[in-house]
Design a protein around this ligand. Structure first.
Ligand code: NBP
Length: 479
């Protein structure tokens, strides 16, 4: 074969197909492969005019059509399918060739695959890709991990097809082995938290403020022009405007109120538990979806008539809309602060040396959480890459200081009116926990020492101590 492709894509369902078209539209010759040839054929028939494609029926033909070092993008169902594809292609590749897993793999799988392929002289790049099918076609946010040297050969192609902000690509080498998929996972976790907070804001405006979905769409439209401006706020207004054609009712009223999940939010929380990072905003959003989906438990509660507050009370002390905007912004800051803290903790744990400001930069377009707000996060980490938490950066400190009275009023109103607002209230509890001079953790240490002789540290001298409790026959010790 004379003509060679700069990049190949195997796995041509909706995501792979659009990524392949995106590469081709940017002038790259793209080798195509799919387990079943039908999808490959379809792509060439429908979109062959968009660029230069080299369709292959077999893995061998596909590999032979690629220039060296070979760059093979895998875009198949995450899990065993990815391993099957790696097992098929690895024996056909040569030293220095690259396998790029652009699916939603768990970062631990990526670490395992990278180590195994490194031993064979191959470069394995776990690349997070966000933006769904539209993003894949028009410019996703791309979070590639893997060896730094593979980025030299791969980065320019990925940067070509990535979303751009002021000409800058939303793609950067995140860090070695599983760093890219880890960051993509946390991106999705933050997305869960963002969506939950927006949903709580809607619920309060509707239930307390008595606004209709159309009116709330207007409120979100206004907010979108301000500091909350983001893709998720924008689409929320669109969803709330929608009227169901068959019933004439607001669309939001005819949808079953049981949120589903594919699992990346859950992975984020599981990883955070292992790292000991309190991502309460993300966790509450995952649990809120689980609660909504627990039809049997919700029915049992409804059947038993679990009582709510005896009398509803008005929102007191401020304008509800303005207060909810403040609560939403402050809670969002907390969720992002927690997510970035998780990225920093993992970076330290695995030696990834991730630049948090660069993550904020590549999330500014192409991905689901794209927002104006990310510019401020980037600036905060540019000023201080070691920032312990975003909450202490001047911009965010000012924002939460300005929001906190309204934020507290909103949480009070939600509690008094019996409206669940786990995102707003847990974010506020986290904020108060961080700023507390003394936490009741001291009492927990006492309890632990009492029942398990786990010892404690003192505020006034160094060392570990155990107290001789009334029921204890061990002596008081400086352990
Ligand atoms: P799917 O996740 O639906 O996977 C379908 C593709 O996987 C087809 O090409 C299929 O081949 C291939 N495949 C399967 Br299934 N088992 C295989 C095996 N054992 N060996 C070889 N190929 C196999 O596709 P998608 O929705 O395009 O998503 C692709 C990846 O991108 C996933 O990891 C997904 O999580 C991720 N992602 C998706 C989105 C999105 O919005 N959809 C967004 C971001 C990331 P076949 O045609 O022969 O059945």
């Amino acid at each position: 074969m004379s003509q060679k492709a700069q990049i190949g894509v195997t796995g041509l369902a909706v995501m792979g197909r659009n990524l392949a078209r995106n590469f081709a539209r940017h002038g790259h010759t793209v080798a195509l492969h799919n387990r079943s040839y039908g999808r490959t054929k379809e792509l060439v028939e429908e979109f062959g005019h968009e660029g230069t494609f080299l369709p292959a029926e077999t893995a061998e033909q596909f590999v032979a059509s690629l220039e060296r070092p070979r760059r093979v993008v895998i875009m198949v169902k995450a899990g065993p399918a990815t391993d099957a594809v790696i097992d098929e292609f690895a024996p056909l590749l040569e030293e220095g060739d690259m396998l790029i897993d652009a699916g939603n793999a768990h970062y631990a799988d990526t670490r395992r695959r990278e180590a195994a392929l490194k031993a064979k002289g191959l470069h394995f790049v776990g690349a997070g890709v966000s933006g769904g099918e539209e993003g894949a076609l028009h410019g996703p946010s791309i979070m590639p991990g893997g060896p730094k040297e593979s980025y030299d050969a791969l980065g320019p192609l990925l940067e070509d097809i990535a979303a751009k902000v002021d000409g800058e690509p939303c793609c950067v080498h995140v860090g070695p082995d599983g760093a890219g998929h880890f960051v993509k996972m946390v991106h999705n976790g933050i997305e869960y938290a963002d969506m939950q907070l927006i949903a709580e804001a809607y619920d309060l405006l509707r239930q307390v403020g008595g606004l209709s979905p159309q009116e709330i769409a207007g409120v979100f439209g206004e907010w979108n022009a301000g500091r909350l401006g983001s893709y998720l706020i924008e689409i929320t207004a669109e969803v709330l405007k929608q009227v169901d054609a068959s019933s004439g009712k607001p669309f939001v009223d005819i949808v079953a109120d049981q949120a589903e999940q594919k699992g990346t939010g859950r992975w984020t929380v599981q990883a955070a538990l292992d790292l000991g990072v309190p991502v309460s905003g993300i966790a509450e959003s995952v649990f809120a979806r689980a609660l909504s989906g627990g039809a049997d438990v919700r029915k049992a509660a409804a059947d038993a008539g679990l009582p709510g507050p005896s009398a509803g009370s008005e929102h007191v002390g401020g304008d509800l809309r303005a207060d909810v905007e403040q609560a939403l912004f402050a809670s969002k800051i907390v969720a992002y602060a927690q997510g970035f803290q998780q990225i920093q903790a993992a970076s330290k744990e695995y030696g990834w040396a991730i630049d948090p400001g660069a993550m904020a930069k590549i999330w500014r377009a192409g991905c689901i959480i794209r927002a104006k707000f990310l510019d401020f996060i980037k600036q905060a980490y540019d000023k201080n890459p070691e920032l312990a938490t975003l909450l202490v950066d001047d911009y965010f400190l000012d924002a939460v200081s300005g929001a906190q009275d309204a934020w507290r009023r909103v949480v009070v109103t939600a509690a008094q009116q019996g409206i669940p607002a786990p995102g707003f209230s847990s974010a506020l509890a986290y904020y108060d926990g961080l700023r507390a001079k003394r936490l009741p953790a001291a009492l927990i240490q006492g309890q632990r020492d009492f029942f398990g002789a786990h010892t404690y540290r003192r505020v006034d001298k160094e060392g570990s101590f155990h107290t001789l409790w009334a029921t204890d026959d061990r002596p008081e010790v400086d352990a």
